[in-house]
Design a protein around this ligand. Structure first.
Ligand code: PMP
Length: 369
């Protein structure tokens, strides 16, 4: 079975799982306690923060550990909210864990702008430029789209911010970018950056929010004051240490090149034609495919004994339609879409075979129509 739904989640590295066990069973102390063993753990958490900062290319700022990207996105947005006189700007390509927080701000009476996507699946920079002003408090844009792989030009957005809304914070949902595409956060001018461990071979239920300036953020959870008061609750030490292991054992540039080869090999097996089309507009890790006259779900079920495909954001599969793809392709094509997402441990031969299997099963379904 060839697993091609790595944008939904990835298998945990064995080394990360061993690290998890060590900190769950042997070095299980509460890092907030005052005795030596606990203080050692709290120091290890500092090292884990440093490892994440280094991988982000951040020379300043802090890491707040959370339960994953959904929580990080909520903290970034709700924690930046400063009431009615400010304006909040979101791309129309955001994951539900951003989009639904944006909608909740709107329901509270805040002025919220949703910026449509351009034909490349990126935020429409000209439309963005038009809404930015002195009252903009937050600009939230996904780094790599979990639906299409489109990569937003964050440096360009940052330049717009500096010119038009110098008081605005930039929040980036980096779930599909961190440990996958090479970048340096210092150069992009980002204030808040969301990551999730299970997307890069760490455990589920742990993630982080990078915060350039903690003074700009307020807490949304009240309690014992852990994580500098921004995220109360005993830290998930085992999860954080396993995430650290995954961060330190990922070669981003090497993997990026390898996954680019995997993508090419997969497409050579799949064989695009007048019935099979692809959205291939950014990160090599994610492709969106459409198969004429066959529902994406039907194809996914037809191949699942041999190949596991995705159906877009796992968090939104229960909702009808696809808010993001519908901005780029026709409704018919959206219904006949599946998502393919790779990880660097796959081989060129197996992904080529996956492409061939999908082609074969698709044409079997076409014959039955
Ligand atoms: N943002 C993006 C872009 C994602 O792909 C996901 C996972 N589907 C999330 C946020 C939510 O991540 P988590 O599962 O860590 O809450």
């Amino acid at each position: 079975m060839i697993y091609l739904d790595n944008a939904a989640t990835t298998p945990m590295f064995e080394g990360a799982a061993e690290e998890y066990k060590k900190y769950a069973c042997e070095l299980f102390y509460n890092p907030s306690a005052g005795y030596g063993e606990a203080i050692k753990i709290s120091r290890l958490l500092q090292e884990a923060r440093r490892a994440v900062l280094d991988r982000l290319g951040a020379t300043k700022g802090d890491i707040i550990f959370t339960s994953g990207a959904t929580e990080s996105n909520n903290l970034a947005i709700q924690g930046s909210e400063r009431g009615g006189k400010w304006e909040y700007v979101f791309s129309a390509g955001e994951h539900p864990s951003v989009n639904n927080v944006a909608k909740s701000l709107q329901q509270k009476g805040c002025i919220v702008h949703f910026i449509p996507l351009n034909e490349d699946g990126q935020v429409d920079y000209l439309a963005l430029e038009k809404v930015l002003n002195e009252k903009t408090r937050l600009i939230s844009v996904i780094h790599v789209s979990n639906e299409t792989g489109a990569i937003n030009d964050i440096a360009r957005i940052s330049m717009l911010r500096d010119r038009l809304s110098p008081k605005a914070l930039i929040h980036v949902d980096g779930v599909q970018a961190f440990c996958k595409i090479p970048f340096s956060i210092d150069r992009l001018g980002i204030d808040l950056y969301t990551i999730s461990s299970h997307k890069f071979h760490g455990p589920k239920g742990v993630g982080a929010l990078y915060v350039r300036n903690k003074g700009g953020l307020k807490n949304i959870v009240f309690g014992g004051g852990q994580e500098g008061g921004l995220r109360s609750g005993t830290e998930n030490v085992a999860g954080i240490m396993a995430m650290k292991w995954a961060v330190e054992h990922t070669c981003v540039q090497e993997n990026f090149e390898k996954v680019s080869l995997l993508k090419a090999s997969f497409l050579s097996g799949l064989k695009l034609d007048e019935n099979i089309s692809v959205i291939d507009i950014g990160s090599p890790y994610i492709l969106s495919l459409s198969f004429k006259n066959v529902k994406g779900e039907t194809l996914m079920r037809a191949v699942e004994n041999e190949v596991i495909l995705g159906m877009g954001s796992a968090c939104s599969t229960k909702q009808a339609g696809n808010r993001i793809l519908e901005q780029l392709i026709s409704r018919d094509k959206v219904i006949s879409s599946v998502r393919v997402s790779f990880n660097a441990n796959l081989s060129v031969d197996e992904v080529k075979r996956a492409g061939e299997i999908i082609n074969r099963e698709y044409y079997k379904l076409v014959e039955k129509i």
